[in-house]
Design a protein around this ligand. Structure first.
Ligand code: FE2
Length: 376
């Protein structure tokens, strides 16, 4: 019975669109499920106004001021979230004077800016820009930055961060699991003083968004060995080797890095653009039928979005369209390469802008697809 075809359509998705049309992919289950391609005569982002709460969001996360930026005792600030995931920014400038344990969720910590180490039950890992650190729920850790101007994007998830199923493309595609770094046991030296310079070690535990504290007369990071398939691990964006097709634009799901029960995290890294003269080189329009889509812009030239700078993020809720900005659409055949680095998170359930996020929102973002974008 399927596929059905009616009217004017391209013979294959994202290739050789009928003259004067704008292609939309109307798909289910992110980019994994059934889909239809609709050939519009206007860009579906050419709206003139909105009523109600539903609209695209853009936040300038550079303007957030988490308390850990000025106070070593402080904490990250949450700016978006739902019951599956919550997103935070940490700007921690000084080493944590305490050890931290998040019993509310697993953490994926993306290093946008900064260097240092993270001490954990399993040992110590160094970090640098572009690193993803996976910190399973209830692991005890301490961030020890060696730089002061730091910026971490933290995804807290109720369920574990797993590696994606790689299916037809094979287990070593996107990234070879052999590139994953895990820590070696590095127990604290006997006799060493606590981070506060005394003989009492604090473990601060977050449960149901409240902090409790446990104190020890010794360093609790005293593990001399570990085994098993649960650990802290890291991978850097530069280790991700994206797959692409020279003849057709692949969907964002081709860039999946982590999956949870409520979200998919994808990494966009530099790659050549499609070479086929008929192939679309920018993301197709879509209305996010089953997911809300968050993108954090890490580095490079954000080709398909005007007025977006590193450290900003966008949230495109289900039900309304998004797609390339007009300049990107017009210039797509002049470019041969994309050099953007970005982290995308697709949320299965609606993601909300939290009060601290609203304070740094670019309120006119919804109008930025018009030929003369609203001033920021
Ligand atoms: Fe999208």
């Amino acid at each position: 019975m399927y596929p059905l075809k009616k009217g004017k359509f391209a013979s294959q998705a994202h290739v050789g669109l009928p003259e004067g049309t704008y292609e939309e992919e109307h798909g289910r289950k992110g980019f994994y499920g059934k889909s239809a391609h609709l050939y519009h005569t206007h860009p579906p982002t050419d709206w003139i106004r909105f009523e109600g709460k539903l609209r695209p969001h853009c936040l300038d996360l550079n303007q957030l001021q988490p308390t850990d930026q000025r106070d070593p005792e402080g904490a990250p600030v949450a700016f978006l979230g739902n019951n599956d995931v919550r997103l935070y920014v940490s700007r921690r400038a000084k080493p944590m004077p305490f050890y931290f344990r998040n019993a509310d969720g697993d953490e994926l910590l993306f290093v946008h800016r900064g260097e240092g180490t993270v001490e954990t039950d399993f040992g110590t890992l160094s970090f640098e820009p572009g690193d993803y650190l996976v910190l399973p729920r209830a692991v005890t850790y301490r961030i020890v930055p060696s730089t002061e101007d730091n910026f971490f994007l933290i995804v807290e998830s109720k369920t574990e961060f797993e590696q994606p199923e790689k299916g037809l493309i094979g287990q070593t595609s996107l990234y070879d699991p052999g590139i994953i770094v895990t820590p070696d046991p590095s127990p604290a030296s006997p006799g060493a003083r606590s981070p506060r310079g005394n003989s009492e070690w604090e473990v601060r535990i977050k449960t149901e968004d409240e902090f409790s504290k446990v104190f020890y007369p010794f360093n609790p990071l005293d593990v001399v060995g570990w085994k098993g398939d649960l650990t802290v691990w890291k991978i850097n964006l530069r280790d991700i080797r994206p797959i692409m097709s020279h003849r057709a634009h692949l969907p964002p799901s081709a860039h999946s890095t982590f999956v949870t029960e409520g979200a998919v995290v994808c990494s966009f890294v530099p790659r050549p653009l499609e070479q086929d003269p008929d192939a679309l080189r920018v993301p197709f329009y879509h209305r996010n039928t089953d997911y809300d889509e968050f993108i954090f812009y890490h580095d490079g030239d954000f080709f398909s979005r005007d007025n977006i700078k590193a450290g900003m993020c966008t949230l495109h809720p289900r039900g309304i369209h998004h797609g390339p900005h007009p300049k990107a659409l017009a210039n797509q055949h002049k470019k041969t390469f994309t050099d953007e680095y970005a982290v995308m998170l697709d949320g299965l359930n609606p993601i909300h802008v939290l009060p601290d996020g609203e304070k740094v929102e670019w309120k006119e973002y919804w109008a930025s697809w018009s030929p003369q974008p609203a001033a920021k």
